[in-house]
Design a protein around this ligand. Structure first.
Ligand code: ADP
Length: 276
């Protein structure tokens, strides 16, 4: 089983000629609403690889939340641990994309931010051979509690340190691997946490390098040569597929190759998730 702890968002995407400066209004065209959120994106990516996937997260008590749960079910993701949160809206992300393909993202956490340690009880059904995959769009104390709880049961922990945030050194050291893109890798390095993590056995960092591929300690895997249409969600596809492969017992290199192939498929389609 892969348990994914993370966010479920509705993405509102629009195309702009250029991004607005502070105080400025620009016109966007063609508003599209798509399912997103790093957590759910990764859960769906793991399920697409054939893994048994349990999503742990929160949606609002609105139509969007109900539709999101249905959507996860269509992909075969178990949703018993997705909590509907009274009085809160499902999370949203506002994403203007400029014509040269650069996006900026505002995440409104909504129900995602109501996640609590009580929501983690389903982790107690996991054991050795299972994987906890987590992202940081949910409250960090809950992420840290989940990592400790999973580790104490012998569950393998994979943390996608995205969006970048500081976690306890002992929590980061428990992950095998920590997945970061180049930007997050730089922030991680600047934080100096690698040094404090030495006393817990050090960090196992897997860095994704965009079109260059990915590196996990001494293992480097080149990216597939494809023509990229939209790199949104490439990292999520990579993480979800990697979690699925590790849960299936693959070794590091084989898992990275599977993740690389899944990410290459993701960059050739628009949006962060496949169609069911
Ligand atoms: P993020 O999307 O989180 O910033 P990256 O840009 O590093 O992460 O991309 C994650 C993975 O997606 C890469 O390791 C690679 O396997 C794949 N990928 C990204 N961009 C391309 C591309 N242009 N062509 C092929 N694969 C890509």
């Amino acid at each position: 089983t892969v348990a994914v702890l993370g966010s479920l968002n509705i993405d509102l995407v629009t195309t702009v000629d250029r991004h607005p400066r502070p105080g400025e209004t620009v016109l966007g065209e063609d508003l599209t609403r798509v399912f997103g959120g790093k957590g759910a994106n990764q859960a769906i990516a793991a399920a697409a690889m054939g893994a048994q996937v349990m999503m742990i997260g929160r949606v609002g008590d609105d139509d969007e939340g109900a539709r999101y749960i249905e959507r996860l079910k269509e992909f075969g993701v178990a949703t018993d641990s997705v909590v509907v949160t009274p009085g809160h809206a499902t999370g949203h992300a506002l994403i203007p994309v400029s014509r040269d393909g650069e996006n900026s993202i505002i995440v409104i956490g909504g129900a995602n931010l109501q996640l609590t340690e009580e929501d983690l009880a389903p982790l107690d059904a996991l054991g050795e051979g299972d994987v906890l995959l987590t992202v940081l769009e949910v409250p960090l104390p809950v992420v840290e509690a989940a990592v400790r709880r999973a580790t104490s049961r012998g569950v393998r922990v994979v943390i996608n340190v995205s969006p970048y945030a500081e976690l306890a050194a002992e929590v980061l050291a428990a992950a095998d691997p920590l997945i970061v893109n180049e930007h997050e890798a730089r922030l991680l390095e600047e934080s100096g946490v690698a040094r404090s993590a030495q006393q817990y056995g050090g960090l196992s960092v897997l860095t994704t390098l965009g079109a260059e591929g990915a590196r996990w300690k001494d293992i480097s895997v080149p990216a597939d040569k494809v023509s990229a249409v939209d790199t949104t969600g490439a990292g999520d596809a990579f993480c979800g597929a990697l979690g699925a492969a590790l849960a299936a017992g693959s070794d590091k290199r084989t898992a990275m190759e599977a993740a690389t192939a899944a990410a290459a498929v993701a960059v050739q389609r628009r949006g962060a998730q496949p169609e069911p």
